[in-house]
Ligand binder design. Structure first.
Ligand SMILES: Nc1ncnc2c1ncn2[C@@H]1O[C@H](COP(=O)(O)OP(=O)(O)OP(=O)(O)O)[C@@H](O)[C@H]1O
Ligand SMILES: Nc1ccn([C@@H]2O[C@H](COP(=O)(O)O)[C@@H](O)[C@H]2O)c(=O)n1
Length: 207
């Protein structure tokens, strides 16, 4: 085994040995990624890891990166991959599971290439929740979870970052035949019916 590969295997601990299944969950801010991930966890036994939630938890933990992360989130900017990937790896290892929904990641080409290089993991497929901006804006402005970035000024910046940096990642995976596009503008239950069709009955958890 080459040195880079050996170092990555080391950093991943036992993770790679489990040959984990990773599904990236992408879509604009407010498209319903978190909502649908909660349904998938209940029905299909995946562990849900939201990159945004991990970054917000890192701020709360008083970490040395906290102020930098908080400033980036307020501006709707993308935190350097090094920080986010470490948080994702740690959460994956601690979960004990081998099936992951990675929500809101990769957000740009840097995220994508670094994750592949550091973890050696390729996603099984990518769920893409497609939703018009006006609908996403309505949802974010009425989310009421006290998020510092759910204000119209930051929301507009997040939309811009999504179009400029995140869509190219979706196009990258689309070219590889890995994107499962979902019309996310419909009611939650209808969206989940489509999601269920993608994961398939053979993956459903027994009661
Ligand atoms: N299909 C839907 N129809 C109407 N409202 C929805 C739908 N899906 C989610 N919502 C609501 O919209 C808001 C945003 O949803 P959610 O948090 O799941 O989006 P998200 O894509 O994870 O957002 P973000 O990227 O900002 O974290 C929530 O208040 C949620 O209840
Ligand atoms: N890969 C990521 C994911 C998120 N961020 C930052 O967190 C903000 C909120 O993300 P949500 O997915 O919870 O909406 C996002 O706007 C970014 O500032 C990131 O940097 N990298």
């Amino acid at each position: 085994m080459g040195t880079v590969e050996a170092a990555n295997k080391d950093a991943n601990g036992s993770l790679l040995e489990k040959n984990p299944t990773v599904v990236f969950v992408l879509g604009g801010p407010g498209s319903g990624k978190g909502t649908q991930c909660a349904n998938i966890v209940e029905n299909f036994g995946y562990t849900h890891l939201s990159a945004g939630d991990l970054l917000r938890a890192e701020i709360k933990s008083g970490s040395e990166n906290g102020t930098m992360i908080q400033n980036m989130i307020k501006e709707g900017k993308i935190v350097p991959s090094e920080v986010t990937i470490k948080l994702l790896q740690k959460a994956m290892q601690e979960s004990g599971n081998d099936k992951f929904l990675i929500d809101g990641f990769p957000r740009n080409e840097e995220n994508r290439a670094a994750f592949e290089k550091v973890t050696g993991i390729e996603p099984a497929f990518v769920l893409f929740f497609e939703c018009p901006e006006e609908e996403m804006e309505r949802r974010l402005l009425s989310r009421n979870q006290g998020r510092e970035d759910d204000n119209i000024e930051t929301i507009r910046k997040r939309f811009k970052v999504f179009l400029e940096s995140s869509l190219p990642v979706i196009n990258y995976y689309d070219a590889k035949g890995k994107v499962r596009k979902i019309d996310a503008a419909r009611p939650i239950e209808e969206v989940f019916e489509t999601v269920k069709g993608i994961f398939g009955p053979k993956n459903e958890k027994a009661d």
